[in-house]
Design a protein around this ligand. Structure first.
Ligand code: NAD
Length: 532
């Protein structure tokens, strides 16, 4: 697969007198070695953090409008480089070009578009109600944290790297990025796209494996934004706890889909096949379990199996990316079959490409007769496998869907607004797509993240910007008395006045009495405005 940026990106690493250990990045679809890159050590990481710290002094002091101007140019840089980015993503992941374009480059560009519109308002000082203290002005200020360490995974190496990087930058931080060792060239490209518009040190990229990521947490960053597995996420959380720095953890999932008997079955079946098999199932919010009403179960399963059988490897479903991942898929399917599950289609590696490939393609697979004694129903599979289960009542469907240690995303299909709304509210997950799947991620204004073991914190939306900010509360006196009533010396009347104030303010039937004590109107508003 051609890609022209390798030499340029490798130069980004800089020259070293003592060459470090190297690791290879490989095209999983062909087995071709794409590049050898330095496995950076603690000293390299420290240097990158120092450089990003230096850049923060300037970047962090810019006005939000100036940061937006720069990031608009970065977005144009992405648009100009689309073909090159697509080639690079496909080379390192094995995914089809359309998926690289739609699910990675477009989604990341849209997030920048959203923040270009929303960040100036969201990050401006925001006035809020002072409550009973109407003699004060209250407002919130949003300040950058400093240098953010971004540690990213291989499954969507562009969008899941660009997202935390640009969000951190909009909020005024600079970044040290440790991309996955499986897809480092895409990570280097992200760094190049962002820095080549004129701020060379606002994103420093360190290449390497797990220990390089662990060093990044220890070497002075002010926050870590981690996307990856639950097991690594727990280690990252411990590392951040040791330094008492905040972390955003975007972790794994086992996302359920519920299909009620009144659903549009064609739409639900098409969504389910796409949601389970796009990116060869290596999506954190893949449809990994489907619960279908027993009244339409047979019809739905037929539709899903029919559509799955028509998928073309290489065009619709790419190769898997990471060799241990395909072995995990095989182990989950074998465990399910040993415990009584039935394979309706797929179930094996494919020899797509006349044996010229790296044998990393796995046939899209549909399983039935599954239950929670099987890993395929309880552990994240992260591959093109779709187990289907029947339910009899909505309560049972909700109980089964919530019976998981994960809670990333979820979906529900029903034609009844009340029914689908109720199920959406009851699903214990960070997001829900209704009569749809995976789309909660593509809507940049919606916060994204998990509950339970699927993570901590939120990316996307204005919540994402606040995740990367220090929020400062400011109380400002606006009356200018020489001495406020609660200050020294203690007044003998204060206790009786406060008691009278409380009984009036919190009495049933008296809506807003806040002025008895402080002599104000009591019309405190809960609305916030961005003018201070
Ligand atoms: P991973 O946890 O193996 O690795 C993620 C990153 O962490 C890599 O860059 C890796 O080098 C680094 N790392 C490894 N050990 C480390 C350590 N001790 N300290 C610091 N960093 C370390 O995950 P992966 O295999 O790259 O990605 C797949 C997983 O990511 C799946 O579980 C998937 O569900 C999850 N994921 C979650 C989201 C989300 O938004 N919630 C998105 C995509 C992927």
């Amino acid at each position: 697969m051609p890609f022209s940026s390798t030499s340029a990106t490798i130069q980004l690493l800089g020259k070293r007198s003592n060459m470090p250990e190297q690791f290879e990045t490989i095209n999983p679809a062909t087995g071709e070695v794409l590049a050898k890159l330095p496995d950076m050590d603690r000293a390299d990481v420290r240097k990158a953090v120092d450089q990003a710290r230096g850049a923060f002094n300037h970047w962090g002091s810019l006005k939000i409008s100036q940061r937006c101007d720069y990031l608009r140019e970065v977005r144009q840089n992405i648009v100009r480089s689309t073909d090159e980015i697509m080639d690079l993503i496909c080379s390192e992941t094995g995914k089809p070009p359309t998926e690289a374009l739609l699910n990675e480059i477009l989604v990341a560009s849209e997030l920048i578009e959203f923040y270009l519109k929303e960040a100036p308002r969201a990050l401006s000082p925001t006035r809020t109600s002072p409550g009973m203290l109407m003699n004060k002005k209250a407002y919130k200020l949003y300040k950058p944290l400093g240098v953010v360490g971004v540690i990213s995974p291989w499954n969507y190496p562009f969008t899941l790297t660009m997202t935390p990087v640009v969000t951190a930058l909009f909020a005024g931080n600079t970044v040290v990025l440790k991309p996955s060792e499986i897809t480092p060239l895409v990570g280097l490209k992200v760094g190049e796209l962002v820095t080549s518009c004129g701020f060379p040190d606002i994103v420093k990229v360190v290449t390497g494996k797990g220990p390089t990521g662990a060093a990044l947490i220890e070497e002075g960053v002010d926050m870590v934004a981690f996307t990856g597995s639950v097991a690594t996420g727990k280690k990252v959380a411990v590392g951040c706890a040791e330094r008492l720095i905040p972390c955003l953890l975007e972790l794994g999932g086992k996302d359920p889909m519920i299909v009620c008997e009144d659903a549009d079955l064609d739409r639900a079946a098409n969504a389910c096949v796409w949601g389970a098999f796009t990116n060869a199932g290596q999506t954190c919010i893949s449809v990994e379990r489907v619960y279908v009403s027993e009244k339409v179960y047979d019809k739905f399963v037929d539709k899903v199996v029919g559509r799955t059988g028509k998928l073309k490897l290489g065009t619709d479903v790419g190769s898997m990316t990471f060799p241990p991942q395909i072995e995990k898929v095989e182990a989950h399917v074998a465990d399910a079959v040993n415990k009584g599950a039935k394979i309706l289609t797929g179930g094996t590696r494919s020899h797509y490409g006349d044996g010229l490939t790296n044998n990393m393609y796995y046939e899209p697979t549909v399983l039935v007769d599954v239950d929670n004694s099987m890993e395929i129903m309880t552990e994240e599979t992260f591959g093109p496998v779709l187990p289907i289960v029947k339910f009899s009542t909505d309560d049972e469907a909700i109980r089964l869907a919530n019976d998981s240690k994960y809670g990333l995303s979820s979906s529900v299909f029903s034609k009844s607004p009340a029914r689908r709304r109720r199920i959406a509210e009851e699903l214990d997950a960070g997001s829900v797509s209704v009569n749809d799947c995976l789309m909660s991620y593509a809507i940049s204004s919606l916060p994204f993240g998990g509950v339970k073991e699927s993570g901590l914190g939120r990316a996307h939306g204005v919540e994402g910007l606040y995740q990367f900010s220090k929020v400062k509360g400011v109380a400002e006196d606006r009356v200018g008395l020489k001495n406020d009533p609660q200050w020294f010396p203690k007044r003998s009347t204060i206790e009786s006045l406060v008691k009278r104030f409380m009984s009036l303010r919190y009495s049933k039937g008296i809506a807003r009495v806040s002025g008895a004590f402080l002599g104000n109107s009591g019309k405190a508003s809960s609305k916030e405005t961005s003018k201070v």
